[in-house]
Design a binder for this molecule. Structure first.
Ligand code: BGC
Length: 423
């Protein structure tokens, strides 16, 4: 890779740290009618073991680490900031800098403090101000260690969830029995969610004061979708007012959208929903965080089932590493900003399959660089096997295996393979 290109791995606080007790997810995992396979609990105990994990990343040759700061830890009650937790993240950042590892910090990665959801969450006007205030607080306290900041991870996920919920309803009405699992690039149990919705409402009302809580990946309304963009813009302005040279962007979950004849219109609509309609809100960012895992193919009647014989990942979508290059090229055509691949990865038990995936994905990155595309880095998802949301610990995306009984780390060959690209 060219000099200065970032080769990293990514995690998110809730998925690895453990004991994120003030967050909405922690509460939802414990509901009687939960749709989570298991609670996150101690997760990978990364909160205590971050130094060992960053050292493993560095030893394998990687030079960047993307992780998230947990809002529910920093501001467990509205307006009350926990200085000890800010100090914790200062240590994590320092640890990165001491190892010569570039931190790419995400301010919001799906989880929110319970109080935020009680106030209407990601459909409420007040969230714009609250989020910007939280981000400003962090930049004031930690700015000297920060360079790249992702405001919001997969800012388009709520809209994708809304579309999948719609598809589910249509299929149920048509009694087609078709399956919507595996159509989102995130671990969700859609069938269980739809079936248990009624039973969950009373529990939601108790926890969040509403039967219909608007957590980050709730099915978003069009207004809520734009509210997320305004939260991003407000946070960007607030942070840059404090540190003007901070590099700020957000990330979007993007499929490699392909067509079979007749599907052109559906595919164009999908790409607009996933990407193009956000351009006015991100065109003044410093970089774009691109997240891709697979492709989806559209026909005249909508999304097509994966073709027979295609190799699937544990997530039930197709193992298709070529998708990354296609999506980078497509984003580059529409958005003249530097791009960082903030997530790309595969959940498989066989690490040789992961190695093959990484080889192909990074060949795509090299092809784009050779064509002069301003790509700044690539972060594999994930540094370690972790808590894949509703799917629990069953998905193994990691470059490092984690023994959940002992919390022992075991680097997989794919970790050093990825590191070799940094040389
Ligand atoms: C999310 C991660 C998730 C990963 C794999 C992305 O949608 O940002 O939190 O674990 O995909 O599903």
């Amino acid at each position: 890779m060219k000099h200065g290109f970032l080769i990293g791995a990514a995690t998110a606080a809730h998925q690895v740290e453990g004991n994120n007790t003030h967050s909405d997810y922690w509460a939802m995992e414990r509901m009687q009618n939960t749709t989570f396979n298991e609670p996150s609990g101690d997760a990978c105990d990364h909160y205590n073991r971050y130094a060992e994990d960053i050292a493993l990343l560095k030893a394998a040759g990687l030079n960047a680490y993307r992780f998230s700061i947990e809002w529910a830890r920093i501001e467990p009650e509205e307006g009350k900031f926990d200085e000890a937790e800010i100090a914790h993240y200062r240590e994590v950042l320092r640890c990165c800098r001491e190892h010569g590892v570039e931190p790419i910090v995400t301010m919001h990665h799906f989880t929110s403090p319970v109080w935020l959801i009680r106030k209407g969450g990601w459909e409420s006007e007040s969230t714009v101000v609250s989020f910007a205030r939280y981000c400003a607080k962090l930049v004031k306290a930690l700015g000297e260690y920060l360079h790249y900041v992702v405001t919001i991870n997969e800012a388009n996920m709520g809209l994708q969830v809304a579309a999948i919920a719609e598809r589910y309803k249509r299929q149920m009405m048509a009694a087609a029995g078709a399956n919507v699992e595996g159509t989102a690039q995130i671990g969700m149990n859609f069938n269980a969610m739809m079936q248990r919705m009624a039973a969950q409402k009373a529990e939601y009302a108790q926890i969040f004061g509403t039967p219909d809580p608007q957590y980050f990946v709730s099915a978003r309304t069009p207004e809520g979708d734009i509210l997320v963009m305004r939260a991003h813009e407000a946070a960007r302005e607030a942070m840059k007012a404090i540190k003007p040279d901070l590099q700020v962007g957000l990330s979007l979950s993007l499929h490699d959208i392909q067509t079979v004849p007749g599907g052109e219109e559906n595919a164009a609509k999908e790409w607009d929903e996933e990407f193009t309609h956000y351009l006015p809100y991100i065109k003044n960012d410093d970089f774009f965080g691109l997240q891709n895992y697979t492709r989806s193919v559209y026909g005249a009647d909508g999304i097509q089932p994966t073709s027979a014989g295609a190799k699937l990942t544990q997530m039930d979508y197709e193992n298709y590493p070529e998708a990354l290059e296609h999506v980078i090229r497509r984003v580059h055509e529409a958005l003249p900003l530097p791009i960082i691949v903030t997530e790309n990865g595969i959940a498989v038990s066989d690490d040789t399959e992961r190695c093959a995936f990484i080889q192909t994905a990074l060949q795509g990155v090299e092809n784009c660089l050779a064509d002069g595309i301003d790509l700044r880095g690539y972060c594999y998802w994930s540094l370690m096997d972790n808590y894949e949301w509703q799917k629990g610990f069953s998905m193994t995306f990691g470059l490092i295996a984690v023994d959940r009984a002992t919390q022992q780390r075991q680097p997989k060959p794919s970790l050093s393979l990825l590191g070799s690209f940094a040389k």
